[in-house]
Design a binder for this molecule. Structure first.
Ligand SMILES: Nc1ncnc2c1ncn2[C@@H]1O[C@H](COP(=O)(O)OP(=O)(O)OP(=O)(O)O)[C@@H](O)[C@H]1O
Ligand SMILES: [Mg+2]
Length: 246
C-alpha cells in the first residue's frame, strides 16, 4: 500500500473579511491522514470544522498554509483542476445535503457517475439503486428531495457520495439527522467502504460513538487544533494515530 499520506496539511489558515473587519476562522492547522485511515473532526459549533473539511476536500481555498490531497497541492490550484480531482477521487456529504431539487433520489445518486462518464446510464442507475437499497431507501428512489424527510435526504446524500467508490470520503455530520438505529447502519456502511475499498474517511461529527471508531480524532477549538479530550488514554501528541481496536 502507498504509505504517503492521503491528506497532508501544514499551517492551514482561513481568514475572511466582512463589514466588521477581518475574521480568522482557522489558524495554523497541521494534520496528516494516512491512506485508508479514518479521522473524526470534533469541536463546538462555530469552531471551524465545516470550513476545515471544505479546505481539505478542495471545495474552498486557504488564506495561508498548504493542503496536499492525494499528492496534489491544492493551494493555488485553479478551481477547474480542483473540480477534476474531486470528481475522480473524492466523495463529499454536506451538512446541508445539497441534493438537486429537480432530480429524484435515484437521479441524484446516479449523477456523479454520469458526470464521471465511463458507465452506461443503465449501469449507473443499477449501481445507484443498489446503494439506495443499502441505506434503506429502496422504496423512495422516485421521490424528489422535498418529499423526503431530513434523515432520508441525508441517506441519499451518503449514497451519492459512495456511488463512485471514492478513495477519500468527506462527510459533515453524516449522522446528524438520523435516529440511533439508522445512524449505526450508516456508520457501518462508511466503515465497510473504508475497509473494503481502502477508502480514507474524514468525518465531522458530534457523535462520540462515531468519533471513537475513528483511528484519529482532531479537536478544533476557535479555529485551532487542540489536544483531544475524547481519548483519555490517547497519545500526548495529537498528530499520532490511535490504532483502532477492531
Ligand atoms: N464565508 C464566511 N464569512 C464569514 N464568516 C464565516 C464564513 N464561513 C464561516 N464563517 C464563520 O466561521 C466560523 C466557523 O464556521 P464553520 O461552519 O466552519 O463552523 P462549524 O464548526 O462547522 O460549526 P457547526 O458545528 O455549527 O456546523 C463560524 O463562526 C462562522 O460564522
Ligand atoms: Mg459545520
Amino acid at each position: 500500500m502507498n504509505s504517503d499520506p492521503v491528506i497532508e496539511v501544514r499551517g492551514l489558515s482561513k481568514r475572511v473579511t466582512d463589514a466588521t473587519g477581518e475574521l480568522t476562522i482557522l489558524d495554523g492547522i497541521d494534520l496528516s491522514v494516512p491512506a485508508g485511515g479514518s479521522v473524526a473532526i470534533v469541536g463546538a459549533s462555530g469552531s471551524g470544522k465545516s470550513t476545515l473539511l471544505g479546505l481539505l476536500a478542495g471545495l474552498d481555498s486557504a488564506s495561508a498554509g498548504s493542503v496536499r490531497l492525494l499528492g496534489h497541492e491544492l493551494t493555488g490550484m485553479a478551481e477547474d483542476r480542483r473540480a477534476a480531482l474531486r470528481n475522480g477521487a473524492v466523495g463529499f456529504v454536506f451538512q446541508s445535503f445539497q441534493l438537486m431539487p429537480h432530480l429524484s433520489a435515484l437521479e441524484n445518486v446516479a449523477l456523479p457517475l454520469e458526470l464521471q462518464g465511463g458507465l452506461s446510464t443503465r449501469e449507473a442507475f443499477t449501481r445507484a439503486r443498489a446503494l439506495l437499497e443499502r441505506v434503506g431507501l429502496g422504496q423512495r428512489t422516485g421521490h424528489y428531495p422535498k418529499l423526503l424527510s431530513g434523515g432520508e435526504q441525508q441517506r441519499v446524500a451518503l449514497a451519492r457520495a459512495f456511488v463512485t467508490h471514492p478513495s477519500v470520503l468527506f462527510a459533515d455530520e453524516p449522522t446528524g439527522s438520523l435516529d440511533a438505529a439508522t445512524g449505526h447502519a450508516v456508520i457501518d456502511l462508511m466503515f465497510e467502504l473504508n475497509r473494503a475499498n481502502g477508502a480514507t474517511l474524514v468525518l465531522v461529527t458530534h457523535d462520540i460513538d462515531l468519533a471513537r471508531r475513528c483511528d484519529t480524532v482532531v479537536t478544533i477549538e476557535a479555529g485551532r487544533r487542540v489536544p483531544n479530550a475524547l481519548h483519555a488514554d490517547g497519545p500526548e501528541d495529537a498528530n499520532d494515530h490511535i490504532e483502532a481496536a477492531r
